[in-house]
Design a protein around this ligand. Structure first.
Ligand code: URP
Ligand code: ZN
Ligand code: ZN
Length: 461
């Protein structure tokens, strides 16, 4: 049976208007004042109807520091849906010494039949020979048009500059895009070694040994490499004004550089790493949380379009996993539990805080991401697009708590706080996945979405 979301304020990146949304099967069939329609009616009176959020930066069951991030495709996409996210793009990490194909198969096996919302994959290249470069072409043909390199995590994920340079050239030739984690892994290792030798083992030293200058240096290097190779580059998880300045300078020179920040850099600061009883470890991620002044600089960069989107870099570890680094901060698995909270937090900070219109929020969490990452059927509310929709109630608060969290960790980073609004329903391809606290789908509703940066996209509203 068709569904009619009636009486909400429909928001796209372009505008907002009172309208009904008719869903037929998996697609949006009509948007407007639709009157009496033979359909199951979902009342959205007083609510906003938004395109499902897209999270282009997640790490489900990512191998890291001798363990794996604790959300798999089932739990992680439940949490995504509970937060209004209807599609994720997760990172396959090339496993040494295997090539890209076997790594992709490993991730496919984990995701197939497990996810509640749709998913795509980026391929993170950690090691490359001629075979790897050859392997990239079939990946693009199969819908993995984005490749990532890490300029940090020396000896684990980091690539050297020669390899980074060649990946840029190869993605350029394949009509693909290179994403980059920008920190200088060589210098960080010197600082880490020195800190540990001086007995500085607590979580805060994670941040002190990864200073802004080393993020900015690697960001500037990535932008210059893109300029030199005439390739597109996307800078992930920008944390500070210094790095944003490098991106802005590249954009001003005409370099094809785009970038995101992540929710945690807008909500949290370096001070969280000093929480007592080793709680600071929950806030250990790379690049690290920064001093508060950077939050204003990130908002300004979003406002100017230097940064185009906000993702989560969701990579959750339990307290027990974080305790691997109790005596040595460099052994704390890096990553935060964030996927569920992007919409409610950005609504409060952005819309309620007077920094964003609802349309701007939609653009930076859905529309711009769909365009950048080749999700041609997603990212807006218009006939013919996937019926990926969120009914957001701006007046019913959400209580942050392990009770309400669907993320597979034993804490919630915002425990005890309340947001102004909450997600009422989340639809993925026409099916209601989330209904006021409950997940309604079985694992496997979510499907792999092949992406392309060159295929013709449907006309957007
Ligand atoms: O700390 C983080 N960000 N963990 C996930 C891996 C990465 O660098 O994105
Ligand atoms: Zn990273
Ligand atoms: Zn990441």
């Amino acid at each position: 049976m068709r569904k009619l979301i009636r009486g909400g304020t429909v928001v796209t990146a372009a505008d907002e208007a009172q309208a009904d949304v008719l869903i037929d099967g998996e697609e949006i069939a009509a948007v407007g004042a639709l009157g009496d329609v033979d359909a199951e009616v979902i009342d959205a009176d007083g609510c906003y109807v938004l395109p499902g959020l897209i999270d282009n930066h997640t790490h489900m069951a990512m191998p890291f520091g001798g363990t794996r991030s604790n959300d798999d495709y089932d739990t992680g996409t439940r949490a995504a849906a509970a937060g209004g996210t209807t599609c994720i793009v997760d990172f396959v990490i090339q496993q040494h010494p295997d090539g890209l194909r076997s790594s992709l198969e490993e991730w496919q096996e984990r995701a197939t039949g497990a996810a509640h919302v749709d998913y795509g994959f980026h391929m993170a290249i950690t090691n490359a020979d001629e075979g790897t470069f050859a392997d990239m072409e079939p990946m693009v043909e199969e819908g993995l048009c984005t490749f990532k390199v890490f300029l940090a995590y020396k000896g684990v994920l980091m690539v050297t500059d020669d390899l980074f340079f060649r990946v840029l050239e190869r993605t350029r030739d394949l009509g693909a895009l290179t994403m980059v984690h920008c920190e200088n892994g060589w210098a960080i290792d010197v600082l880490v070694e020195r800190a540990l030798a001086a007995g500085q083992t607590e979580p805060i030293h994670h941040a002190y040994t990864r200073p802004e200058a080393l993020e900015a240096e690697a960001t500037g290097r990535a932008v210059r490499f893109a300029e030199l190779t005439n390739a597109g580059v996307y800078i992930v998880h920008v944390t500070c004004g210094l790095a944003a300045d490098e991106i802005a300078a590249g954009q001003a020179r005409g370099v094809d550089v785009s970038a995101e920040t992540c929710l945690q850099y807008l909500t949290n600061t370096i001070e969280d790493l000093e929480r007592p009883d080793f709680e600071g470890a929950r806030y250990v991620c790379s690049p690290p949380l920064r001093e508060q002044r950077n939050q204003g600089l990130l908002w300004a960069a979003l406002d100017r379009g230097v940064l185009e989107s906000v993702s989560t870099d969701h990579c959750p570890f339990t307290s027990e996993q974080k305790a691997l680094g109790r005596d040595d901060f460099s052994k704390i698995p890096n990553g935060l539990a964030m996927i569920q909270h992007r919409l409610v937090k950005l609504w409060d900070l952005g819309v309620e805080g007077g920094r964003l219109s609802p349309s701007e929020l939609v653009d930076m969490t859905s529309t711009a991401i769909a365009k950048r990452f080749g999700l041609h059927r997603k990212g807006t509310i218009a006939p013919g697009f996937d019926a990926d929709l969120v009914v957001f109630d701006p007046a019913t608060p959400f209580e942050f708590s392990t009770r309400t969290s669907h993320m597979n960790v034993d804490y919630d980073l915002f425990e005890g706080e309340r947001s102004t609004g909450s997600v009422r329903h989340t639809f993925c391809r026409g099916t209601m996945v989330y209904d006021r606290g409950e997940i309604l789908t079985q694992p496997g509703h979510g499907r792999f979405v092949p992406r392309s940066l060159t295929a013709d996209a449907p006309v957007r509203a």
